[in-house]
Design a protein around this ligand. Structure first.
Ligand SMILES: Nc1ncnc2c1ncn2[C@@H]1O[C@H](COP(=O)(O)OP(=O)(O)OP(=O)(O)O)[C@@H](O)[C@H]1O
Ligand SMILES: [Mg+2]
Length: 218
């Protein structure tokens, strides 16, 4: 699904303090499965994920997604990919504080209102939220519940790829486990990339990519 060749990312290109966040990364990722990305802080994990998902443009190299070079796509195509093909989950849930749980999921939906409503309900149920929690605002939900709402939001458009950067970092073990179970289930049909510091949550991963100092080490 993704093929990167000689992918490099240099921050602060025009200053003396050039930082190589990625150095010549060659990576081939399958169409589906749960892939873990691990490595020390500052090793380039987030940078890799943001380049793959078009949130960042690499300094050098190529990224091919489903036979299309996406390194320098137009901003409208970038927008389409992010909205229709990719789903994002971050360490912080970034829910809209004045919207209910279900509205937070529906707001990301590309489809019509009623379709979005039933889809959002189904996802929240699958993620273990109860009907009475659907109408609660994030401040009235636990951290784990908020994160599950964020995952439902990421999945509302059936993304072909889910990008999750430390999705369980703010959760206790039990909630972290639930979130990983959901992501594992989704990875049966789709590609799910999970960055984590906690190797124990990757026990069901199909493969694990290790990054050191901007380079893949396997
Ligand atoms: N916007 C930026 N400007 C300049 N340097 C950056 C920027 N973002 C990241 N870096 C640098 O690039 C390198 C890789 O950062 P990245 O965020 O990809 O690491 P990471 O593996 O995700 O780390 P962490 O586990 O702490 O999240 C680091 O040296 C970091 O300081
Ligand atoms: Mg990071």
């Amino acid at each position: 699904m993704f093929h990167t060749r000689d992918l490099s990312m240099i921050y602060d290109m025009n200053t003396d303090s050039k930082t190589y966040a990625l150095k010549g990364v060659d990576l081939d990722l399958p169409d589906k499965g749960l892939i873990g990305i691990i490595g020390p802080s500052g090793s380039g994990k987030s940078t890799l994920m943001y380049c793959l998902s078009t949130l960042k443009v690499p300094t050098e190299g190529s990224i091919v997604y489903n036979d299309t070079e996406i390194t320098n796509v137009t901003s409208s195509e970038r927008e389409r990919l992010r909205r229709r093909e990719f789903g994002f989950v971050f360490q912080k849930h970034y829910l809209v504080p004045y919207m209910s749980a279900i509205d937070n999921v529906k707001v990301a939906a590309a489809g019509s209102g009623s379709e979005a409503d039933s889809k959002a309900r189904k996802l929240l149920e699958e993620l273990g939220l109860s009907e009475k929690e659907f109408s609660k605002k994030p401040a009235k939900l636990s951290g784990g519940q908020c994160q599950r709402v964020a995952i439902a939001r990421a999945m509302i458009n059936d993304p072909k790829v889910v990008f999750a950067d430390e999705p369980t970092a703010s959760l206790d073990h039990e909630n972290a486990f639930k979130v990983m179970e959901m992501l594992k289930g989704y990875s049966g049909e789709r590609l799910v990339l999970v960055i984590t510091h906690d190797k124990s949550i990757l026990k069901d991963a199909d493969s694990i990519i290790e990054i050191w100092d901007g380079e893949i080490s396997r």
